[in-house]
Design a protein around this ligand. Sequence first.
Ligand code: SF4
Ligand code: SF4
Ligand code: SF4
Length: 295
Amino acid sequence: MKLTRRQILKGGLAAAGAAAAGRAGARERRQPPPEAVGMLYDATRCIGCRACVTKCREENKLPFERSADGLYDQPVDLSGSTKNVIRLASDGTRTSFLKAQCMHCVDPACTSVCMIGALRKNPVTGIVEYDENGCVGCRYCEVACAFNVPKFTWEKAVPRIVKCELCRHRADPGKSGPLAVANPACAEVCPRAAVVYGTRAGLLAEARRRIAEEPGRYESRIYGEEDGGGTQVLYLTARGFSFQQLGLPDLGRNAVPAVSESVQHGIYYGMAAPVVLFAAALVAVHRRGGTDDQE
Ligand code: SF4
Ligand code: SF4
Ligand code: SF4
């Protein structure tokens, strides 16, 4: 099996994390801002109509990704022109839809690796924002993100990163309180309330309410409440259809930067440095061999 550059880097990081374990002090677990906003996606309600995909494209002025016959807008995954996509998942017998976009992580790996702060977590809203004027195009964020969200516009003369920013450009001054900071177009058009916008605290309460009202319908936990250090986009899935079957990664409770920064701090202890350097060397060899993956 041919390894992709992303797999090599992530494998190297995991190995280095293991090597540094016990040496590096545990990093403090970060909390979302008190007024953090986000979205709740309920996979049991989604009918795959993709109204959210079309509206996202329109609101973000992104070009169509046409089907082979040229008639339909048919993105298959996140890309330099698609910030929001609906995927089809299967557990072998049943199917479910999954809405994919930036998760607005509580402790984002993308901001942790962005050396000049072009990606930044807003301290009030928790939205992970992108400043294309500061971006140098290193693409570290692409490699670091456990959800494979940031995408690079290779085809542009001046490439940039593309990812959901929770439609912060649609801030609604008519609203008051924390919800005035954004107005996600995807949530606005969803005919099934499968995707709803709110404060993270409010969305957690709404998710718990749905689970309590129909315990036979849902898995009893909320993805993103703790996963990967917590996210501001939260997920519900059907009972018996796991989040991993849905396509969400099993990250445990710890944020990715908590691991990588512990590695950095412990890197000159023990054998972590050689492991990281070996991973870097593998990447270099991989690139020289002309097998660098461009997603
Ligand atoms: S999902 Fe990826 S791009 Fe979005 S905030 Fe988390 S690490 Fe950053
Ligand atoms: S919040 Fe806006 S940018 Fe993000 S997925 Fe929804 S419509 Fe697209
Ligand atoms: S608009 Fe709502 S129901 Fe339609 S695909 Fe998007 S999330 Fe699912």
